[in-house]
Design a protein around this ligand. Structure first.
Ligand code: DX5
Ligand code: ZN
Length: 223
């Protein structure tokens, strides 16, 4: 199956989200990745559920909401109500990850769990069967435009092996520093979804050309 692309609107024009989201969906993004940051778990503040509801009418492309916030259990209902299709959380942000995953499912959204570079796969071993995506962070969360951490390729490979040996179905996402140079590496390591912010929005020929380039370089690596 060909690799999916989830452009991150962290690198979009904050004064023109609706236009940028429309352009991404016309260019056939598989998901729109929405990075929510609280200034506690990560040093930056971005946006909340109001932004998700404001851009929801613009597209039917699934919204993939990445919560980089403390105590996300207090906010997942608002994000689900605002139209989030997938909600990804970090295990470090909650005392009760299993409960939170089921809370997200009960709200009708698909749960994902993100692993910081220093966080091992073993920390989520007992919830792997309950989630729709593991998001491997290939940068430390908080900013766009950081350099890809190459050691994380081994984490992607281990996760893909673990999934096959357990007969599970969760998607493997990769977030941070994905561009035309690193896309082939993550595709070969076993990723299903590439999240990309700066590589999509800062491409000189626009978001459509950027996504084509990422898809092509990933496909060539797998051929
Ligand atoms: C980082 C965010 C990423 C970010 C990726 O904390 O989770 O989704 O937008 O940006 P790039 O692709 O520029 O590394
Ligand atoms: Zn993200």
């Amino acid at each position: 199956m060909s690799i999916k692309i989830a452009p991150s609107i962290l690198s979009a024009d904050f004064g023109a989200f609706a236009d940028d989201v429309r352009e991404l969906s016309e260019a056939k993004a598989d998901y729109i990745h929405i990075d929510v940051m609280d200034g506690h778990f990560v040093p930056v503040i971005t946006f909340g559920p109001q932004l998700v509801s404001a851009i929801r009418p613009v597209t039917s492309t699934p919204f993939d909401v990445h919560l980089m916030i403390d105590s996300p259990e207090h906010f997942v209902a608002d994000f689900a109500k605002a139209g989030s299709n997938m909600i990804t959380v970090h295990p470090e942000t909650t005392a009760h990850l299993h409960r939170l995953i089921h809370q997200i499912k009960d709200l009708g959204a698909r749960p994902g769990v993100a692993l910081n570079p220093a966080t091992p796969i073993s920390s989520i071993e007992w919830v792997l069967g309950d989630i729709d995506r593991v998001l491997v962070m290939t940068v430390n969360p908080g900013f766009g435009g950081q350099a890809f951490i190459p050691e994380m390729l081994q984490k992607i490979r281990s996760l893909a092996e673990r999934r096959a040996s357990l007969g599970m179905r969760f998607e493997i996402g990769v977030d941070g520093g994905v561009n035309a140079d690193t896309a082939p590496l993550v595709a070969r390591a076993g990723a299903d979804v590439m999240i990309a912010g700066s590589a999509v929005f800062h491409h000189p020929e626009g978001v459509g050309a950027a996504m084509d380039e990422l898809r092509l370089s990933a496909a060539a690596a797998r051929a």
